[in-house]
Design a protein. Structure first.
Length: 185
């Protein structure tokens, strides 16, 4: 029996036009899949606010100058669209569901994996995945309790082996391992 995991797929942006369309700050590598017409998204309000709805259903989508525009069922005008601004949208996945691209991973698949260096020595564990504007970053806790941040790029993370429960990091002094002079301090 598989359990489910909730993942963030986007944030509602500003209204676009007068018919209820909104821009979406996409937070998924599979926007055409997650925002397909009929998709139901659980919403979460930003801190300190209350969501006007618990769920949104995608009525239609289109790309406009590189921005995803979405119209939700029941949102018919700009005023209703404005009320949705800032809402975070989530989907529920089966824990064993995989992204369509074999080079992509969901956060819950990475958190908890052992981190090894190129020589095979265990140097930590993935504790979080941070999503930056330029790239994702792996939060790594070392065996001595330090926290390190590793850009999740092929040059620094050449291997992710979910079956073996590990990622390989091309470690450098100051990345995960401390600088040599920090060991003495």
């Amino acid at each position: 029996m598989s359990s489910s995991v909730e993942v963030l797929v986007g944030r509602v942006g500003k209204p676009h036009g007068i018919r209820g369309d909104v821009t979406v700050d996409v937070r998924t590598d599979e926007p055409d899949r997650r925002f397909a017409p009929g998709a139901r998204l659980r919403v979460e309000a930003p801190r300190g606010t209350t969501a006007p709805v618990a769920e949104l259903e995608v009525a239609s989508t289109k790309w406009h100058q590189g921005v995803l525009l979405v119209r939700f069922t029941g949102v018919a005008d700009r005023t209703q669209a404005e009320a949705l601004r800032g809402l975070l949208m989530h989907v529920t996945l089966d824990e064993d569901e995989q992204p369509e691209d074999p080079e992509e991973f969901y956060d819950h698949q990475l958190v908890g994996l052992a981190v090894h260096d190129l020589a095979g020595e265990r140097i930590g564990e993935v504790t979080q995945v941070l999503h930056g504007a330029a790239q994702d970053i792996l939060g790594v806790r070392t065996p001595d309790g330090r926290d390190a941040l590793v850009p999740f790029v092929a040059a620094l993370v050449p291997e992710v082996d979910l079956a073996a429960g590990r990622v390989v990091v091309a470690d450098r002094p100051g990345l995960v391992a401390p600088f040599p002079d920090e060991d003495e301090a």
